[in-house]
Ligand binder design. Sequence first.
Ligand SMILES: Nc1ncnc2c1ncn2[C@@H]1O[C@H](COP(=O)(O)OP(=O)(O)OP(=O)(O)O)[C@@H](O)[C@H]1O
Ligand SMILES: [Mg+2]
Length: 377
Amino acid sequence: MVLHFSSPDNPKRSTSQDGSTSVELVATDLIAQLNAKNAERKSRSMMSQSTTPAEADQENSLRPQSLADYIGQGDLKTHLAISLEASLARHEPLDHALFYGPPGLGKTSLAMVIAEEMKAKIHFTSAPALERPRDVVGLLMNLDEGDILFIDEIHRLNSVTEEILYPAMEDASIDRTVGKGASARTLRVPLPKFTLIGATTKAGALSSPLRDRFGLIFRLNYYSPEELQAIILRSAQILNVQVDDASALVLGKRSRGTPRIANRLLRRVRDVAEVLCKREGIEAMVNDVMVAEALRIYQVDELGLEPSDRLMLSTMRDFFQGGPVGLEAVASTMGEDVRTLEDVTEPFLLQSGLIQRTPRGRQLTPKAYEHLGWFQP
Ligand SMILES: Nc1ncnc2c1ncn2[C@@H]1O[C@H](COP(=O)(O)OP(=O)(O)OP(=O)(O)O)[C@@H](O)[C@H]1O
Ligand SMILES: [Mg+2]
């Protein structure tokens, strides 16, 4: 069966070429249905790196359960597998490990995989939750031998908390002050041997004394389209939706090298497939037609750019002659928060070579003009 869709701006696509069953759908009608289906998601960017509580639940269900399930990051996995095997053989906890890299590449997932492989209990926290010294002391005192303490956004630890962590990481002990005034003394309290796993998107913001106390430091890299294809096919199985290989590869190519975005795109395409296939009375399946329609509705282009990315590029061209221009100026012209632009929008545009940083500000590259079909002055 071939499904054809028409939209107000593309009315010709409504008839089938090969005589097979065709349905004519108006895209606006479909968009209204999808919006009603998921009003909460609608307000958020497809490529956003933040996750809502509902999405966090969905993410958990898609997380790899073992190192074998964890797709890509070949070198990292090889090194980690050796360290895991050696620690297991010595019946010792794994060395403290730091994972750094852009959002959504699998740092938290990796920490959970390690816990699974080591058969260890994992305690989750993040640096902003460790504001007072007693927060981290409480957590450390509650650890059992071999436990894992996962600290997300570890670059945001305050200096007092960091200093409590130094002896904990180095000698499995903490210094506690007993008594008051002149009789106050410091007692070194032993802790069970544990593994600290830190995750950060900003390795450069980590203090060097803290960084130096990690025995294992791993950088996560962006994934290839083929790796993302494999992740999408695996997620599709868990979500119980049929996806063909070619469609998974198309989605992989538009996922900005990021598994979180790949899974999110898959869920959006599944929505489209469910709505359209239900109308036809057939089981939902993701194929090239569904993918093309979903990408068109959500306006994700071949490079994975979405409307907010294109708005940044066109603002730079229309208001600043393509740059060089400061990010603040672009942000205020767009009515966007400068940190969102810096943390979410800009990194991918830089990485894909559409803008470049110069000493005088950001500048559009010839590739940006070419990609968007603009005349280059
Ligand atoms: N290598 C992988 N194989 C399969 N799925 C993956 C992989 N890496 C990440 N994922 C999926 O991508 C989603 C996001 O991964 P994760 O939460 O681990 O990223 P993160 O690096 O911790 O992101 P953040 O910096 O925002 O905390 C998860 O739902 C997970 O299922
Ligand atoms: Mg994480």
